[in-house]
Design a binder for this molecule. Structure first.
Ligand SMILES: Cc1ncc(COP(=O)(O)O)c(C=O)c1O
Length: 382
């Protein structure tokens, strides 16, 4: 694209924004259901926080000075995260969930009039944040279902090169939401090596690569070690999924101290509450917590998938705490979603024209909650 191409928001009047499924209250009111019967299968959250959280909050194992702001350096939390992730304190930045980390990365590295590459389908925030910066979203397709929706290395490379000076950021997600898939071994390494080679050949800086590992605990090893070979890599982590504290909003960026320093400029003074800081710092050192939660989710995921398959639904393989279920058409997916809502079960849906508009996404929740969904699937299929 020539430099002079004007950059506009996706809509001429308004930047792109997040769209939510209905709230519990809305679903209860719309279908005349008791609110306690409504279950969220749309947000990839856990059915309950770890038991230790209740002890901490109710038992008062720590004293939370609610009248004060959190410590400006989030020192205790950073120390606990550094030990957990095996990184230096200087390689970490705390955010209000991974979402704030993504927002700060966009603010820091995507200038107005810039560009970022988004391999789709993926987490919508990457395109939204890029659009909100007044930058161009370069959407490149992932490979198809038969190839596990893996990254198409060549498509990403040419996406980066499609703008003069190269795209500023490449947004990656592994395991990927909403496909639930983990990249084949070596794919991310190969992509980073190719991006570095291309940048050297073009005589420009390599793009920032934001690798969102929100679901990594369910899938395998983090790729954060690759920042040694590709210093412009930033990895986003969260305590919302495997640690089951989405409501507390705790996430991290892992990157070189230089990049962390750059991002820190945009960090608000105290976006993570003092309660969140204390609980997160207390959970991180627990070696067994994630291991046992992940094992439970993986076992329940297999049972849930088998139940849905038994009801005649097509469930894609998953390396996460959610399942992608595909139907024969977008219309069938819409009908199924509506039938689930009538029962107080909220699925994640995809808008018309989305590559997965014939699918719904379902969080793996508790056995009892998943059984309600399996039963609904049987009734809907009948
Ligand atoms: C890929 C991905 N990244 C980030 C987030 C947001 O995580 P957090 O709760 O840490 O903001 C989500 C939440 O669903 C997600 O799926």
């Amino acid at each position: 694209m020539p430099k002079t191409t004007p950059v506009t928001f996706a809509s001429p009047t308004k930047p792109a924004g997040w769209t939510w499924e209905a709230t519990n209250q809305e679903v209860a009111a719309r279908y005349g259901l008791p609110i306690e019967q409504v279950v969220r299968f749309d947000q990839n959250t856990a059915p309950a926080p770890p038991g230790a959280v209740r002890e901490l909050l109710v038992g008062g194992e720590f004293e939370v000075a609610l009248s004060e702001y959190p410590p400006s350096d989030y020192g205790r939390l950073i120390a606990a995260a550094a030990a957990r992730y095996g990184v230096a304190h200087e390689d970490l930045l705390v955010g209000a969930g991974a979402d704030e980390v993504l927002d700060l990365v966009a603010k820091t590295f995507i200038p107005h009039g810039g560009a970022a590459v988004v391999p789709i389908p993926t987490y919508p925030m990457y395109g939204i944040l890029t659009d909100q910066r007044g930058a161009r979203v370069i959407r490149v397709p992932r490979l198809g279902l038969a190839d596990g929706y893996a990254l198409d290395t060549e498509a990403v490379r040419s996406g980066v090169r499609s703008v003069e000076g190269g795209a500023n950021v490449v947004w990656l997600c592994n395991p990927n939401n909403p496909t639930g898939t983990f990249e084949p071994a070596g794919r991310i390494e190969a992509l980073l090596a190719a991006l570095r080679t291309d940048a050297a050949a073009d005589g420009r800086l390599a793009p920032i690569v934001l690798l969102d590992e929100a679901y990594i605990e369910f899938a395998g090893d983090s790729h954060h070690v690759l920042r040694a070979a590709y210093p412009r890599l930033i990895v986003a982590r969260t305590m919302s999924k495997a640690y089951a504290i989405a409501g507390l909003r705790v996430g991290f960026a892992i990157a070189t101290p230089e990049l962390i320093g750059e991002i820190s400029t945009y960090r608000p003074p105290g976006s993570v509450s003092i309660v969140s800081v204390e609980v997160a710092a207390a959970l991180l050192p627990d070696d067994d917590l994630v291991r046992s939660r992940v094992a439970d989710v993986i076992a329940e995921r297999a049972r849930f998938a088998a139940g849905l398959t038994g009801a005649g639904w097509t469930v894609q393989p998953s390396a996460t705490n959610f399942l992608l279920v595909s139907f024969d058409s977008p219309e069938t997916a819409d009908t199924v979603a509506e039938s689930l809502l009538q029962r107080g079960l909220i699925p994640r849906t995809f808008p018309s024209g989305h590559p997965l508009d014939h699918c719904i996404r379902l969080t793996v929740r508790s056995r009892a909650q998943d059984d309600r969904l399996i039963q609904a699937a049987r009734e809907i299929a009948a």
